[in-house]
Design a protein around this ligand. Structure first.
Ligand SMILES: [Zn+2]
Length: 112
């Protein structure tokens, strides 16, 4: 006589409410939605009319302004630039300085 009951349905019980809900953002490279904190945010800092636009990389996702997101992947960065989705999301051209800074940060992230 078995003293341990097995419930086969227990295994298939869906995992509900165990994961914290995090804001999802879409990568401008691969187009996948991911946790905001897993993506690099590029933000267009608001400037006065007539002034040149300012782009910044915002790792904390706290700065205000128009933002675009990208996975910390060299392939996603290349794709976002090639397809111009990054600059379309920001509505301004992406400067080579920002691209270089993104490349540097992506390099740091993948070293971790
Ligand atoms: Zn991506």
């Amino acid at each position: 006589m078995p003293n341990k009951e097995e419930n086969p349905r227990k295994k298939n019980k869906p995992k509900l409410y165990t994961e914290r809900k995090l804001p999802q953002r879409r990568c401008t490279g691969c187009g996948e939605s991911k946790d905001k904190r897993d993506l690099i945010r590029v933000v267009r800092i608001p400037v006065k009319e007539g002034e040149p636009h300012v782009l910044e990389i915002d790792r904390r996702g706290k700065k205000s302004g128009r933002g675009a997101y990208i996975c910390p992947e060299a392939a996603c960065l290349a794709k976002a630039i090639k397809t111009r989705r990054l600059e379309r999301s920001l509505a301004v051209p992406v400067t080579p300085e920002i691209v270089a800074e993104l490349e540097r940060q992506i390099g740091e992230t993948s070293d971790q």
